[in-house]
Design a protein around this ligand. Structure first.
Ligand SMILES: Nc1nc2c(ncn2[C@@H]2O[C@H](COP(=O)(O)OP(=O)(O)O)[C@@H](O)[C@H]2O)c(=O)[nH]1
Ligand SMILES: [Mg+2]
Length: 216
């Protein structure tokens, strides 16, 4: 859940990129770092686990200001995908305001996607998040590779959940901003509903989307 500072002039929001190991979560953040206006983002911070190819987590901090000078900080996190790092995943997921689930489109990875999504649901429950109302976007990444699940199958599989699905080739920068736009819109609407962003703080959806419109 987003947190206000004491003066009520600032809100800190957390969006988490979740998914199996090597699906492209870090690559999404690297591309966003390059796409977002430098005045609205900090450096991409990556903490690596010792002797492990996996990143402990990554953090990309962003800022959005409304015309009334209300300040919103958005922290983008990634989780480590490896099964062994469940405690870290749980900690990173805690108090998330929105989640992007990055799946690996390769057919050989469909079981890892399934297990990771199952793990997301379990950890959400553990940290008190309701997956039925949580802003959530599914991204099928690595569309540039051979042996991937066809779009029609992916859409058929996820259709019943009603969750938005995007397709990306993050390494080439494709679909990354579009996925982020979708989670921004869903997160804005959820925050607006719970915290009256527009009514009480003068922050409109467009202020939020400025983050990426400036780069388009
Ligand atoms: N071919 C291809 N490779 C990708 C894509 N996105 C990420 N990768 C590669 O997949 C590997 C894992 O990516 P990374 O972002 O570190 O995955 P993470 O473990 O989910 O953070 C790296 O070698 C990336 O360059 C993509 O869209 N296409
Ligand atoms: Mg990573």
């Amino acid at each position: 859940m987003a947190q206000f500072d004491e003066s009520k002039n600032k809100l800190v929001v957390k969006i988490v990129y979740y998914g199996p190991a090597l699906s492209g979560k870090t690559t999404n953040l690297m591309q966003l770092h390059d796409a977002i206006n430098p005045t609205q983002r900090g450096d991409l911070l990556s903490l690596e686990t010792k002797g492990d190819r996996t990143l402990f987590f990554d953090l990309l901090p962003l800022v959005v200001r409304s015309k009334t000078n209300f300040l919103l900080k958005i922290k983008l996190f990634t989780v480590p995908g490896q099964v062994a790092h469940d405690a870290t995943r749980k900690a990173v997921l805690s108090r998330a305001d929105g989640v992007v689930f990055v799946a690996d489109s390769q057919q050989s990875q469909s079981m890892s996607n399934f297990e990771s999504f199952d793990n997301l649901e379990k950890n959400a429950l553990r940290v008190g998040l309701n997956v039925d109302t949580l802003p959530l976007v599914i991204q099928y990444n690595k569309r540039d590779l051979e042996g991937i699940e066809p779009e029609s199958e992916v859409l058929q599989r996820w259709g019943p959940t009603g969750l938005p699905v995007t397709f990306a080739a993050a390494l080439k920068g494709l679909g990354v901003v579009e996925t982020f736009r979708q989670i921004l819109v869903l997160t804005y609407r959820s925050l607006d509903k719970h915290h009256g962003l527009e009514q009480e703080h003068g922050m409109a959806e467009d202020d939020f989307l400025c983050l990426i419109n400036a780069s388009a």
